[in-house]
Design a protein around this ligand. Structure first.
Ligand code: NDP
Length: 307
């Protein structure tokens, strides 16, 4: 058996095509385009790529996307000042601070930066105000990755209500909000993490299994109930050929990709899970593009709400 491929990139394209005319209508009624402002601190190569992709998708949908670059040696006060400037800027509807911030800013500093964002402009949905609304099931701005997963399940016809959903991972940006959104859609939800005993058996109970771990190929077929829907949120760079071969087998076309580029982007779900799952998201081309599409949707929603 080979699992149905859940085409996140295709669904993201549809969402972006739905957003574009609404952006045009916003512009014609309000006399301005919605503005997304991205704060990029430091020179993390992956962040540069993510920001470039967001910039491109936003511009294609008709948004104004401004990237504010700060060098890695800035102080916490400098970053906070940049956020406050954007809070006060009437042309700014959405603020996205690209994570991770430089190590020197630290965990507390990072929390201060995210807390400083005006909740009405918090298009990532990470501000405690929006998280509180999310818990109560009435958030207008929901975290992009988990809300993209819900859109994907809905638009590919996979029912959520009445299922047992298992989420591996409990981060603030993916695991926890994912579990809340599934719960709000009437799934019975189990959240797993690194201290969960008998992880495989718990996962094998899942009708919907979401992996948000950050470990290449961690979820193997013995985690998966036959026919389950498996959503792979993981984005991991593999840069040793041995690991790439252990995931895909020596003759797989992706090994030729590895040989060309010297690395591969892979998910948290082992490719062999497709022999057991009923449906599965690919990496790349699964959840990643949906995250960007939902960011555009959130920016439009924030702009409309601000008027
Ligand atoms: P975090 O590192 O913040 O969280 C990882 C979670 O996985 C933690 O809750 C951790 O448990 C759990 N975990 C780690 N090891 C194990 C294990 N052996 N068994 C069970 N659970 C384990 O990661 P994020 O949530 O930020 O991201 C997860 C993945 O998703 C990454 O690959 C990231 O790149 C990707 N990602 C993809 C996005 C997209 O657009 N597709 C967007 C955001 C992230 P514990 O809490 O106990 O440590």
């Amino acid at each position: 058996m080979s699992a149905e491929r859940l085409d996140g990139a295709g669904v993201a394209k549809i969402i972006r095509a739905e957003v574009a005319p609404q952006v045009a209508q916003f512009q014609s009624t309000r006399g301005r385009k919605p503005g997304l402002h991205i704060l990029l601190v430091g020179d993390d190569p992956a962040s540069q790529i993510y920001v470039r992709n967001k910039e491109r998708a936003g511009a294609e949908a008709g948004l104004i996307v401004s990237v504010h670059r700060l060098t890695a040696d800035v102080t916490l006060d400098d970053v906070l000042a940049a956020v406050r400037r954007l809070n006060a800027d009437p042309a700014c509807d959405g603020i996205l601070v690209q994570a991770p911030l430089p190590r020197a800013i630290g965990k507390d500093g990072t929390a201060q930066v995210f807390d400083a964002i005006d909740p009405r402009k918090d298009v990532d949905g990470f501000h405690p105000h929006n998280v509180g609304l999310l818990v109560q099931g009435r958030a207008a701005l929901k975290p992009c990755t988990p809300s993209g997963v819900i859109e994907l399940l809905d638009r590919t016809g996979h029912a959520i209500a009445g299922t047992h959903a298992v989420v591996i991972g409990r981060s603030e940006i993916v695991g926890k909000p994912m579990a809340l959104l599934l719960l709000q859609r009437d799934a019975t939800v189990t959240i797993c993490h690194s201290k969960t005993p008998d992880l495989k058996a718990t996962c094998r109970g899942a009708d919907i299994l979401v992996a948000a771990i950050g470990r290449p190929g961690f979820v193997t077929p013995d985690f998966v109930k036959p026919g389950a829907v498996v959503v792979d949120v993981g984005i991991n760079r593999v840069d040793t050929r041995e690991t790439a071969v252990s995931l895909f087998g020596a003759d797989h076309p992706r090994i030729a990709d590895f040989d060309k580029r010297g690395s591969l982007v892979v998910g948290d779900v082992h490719p062999s899970v497709e022999t057991v799952a009923g449906a599965m998201t690919p990496v790349p081309g699964g959840v990643g593009p949906l995250t960007i599409a939902m960011l555009l949707k959130n920016t439009l929603a924030a702009a409309k709400a601000r008027g």
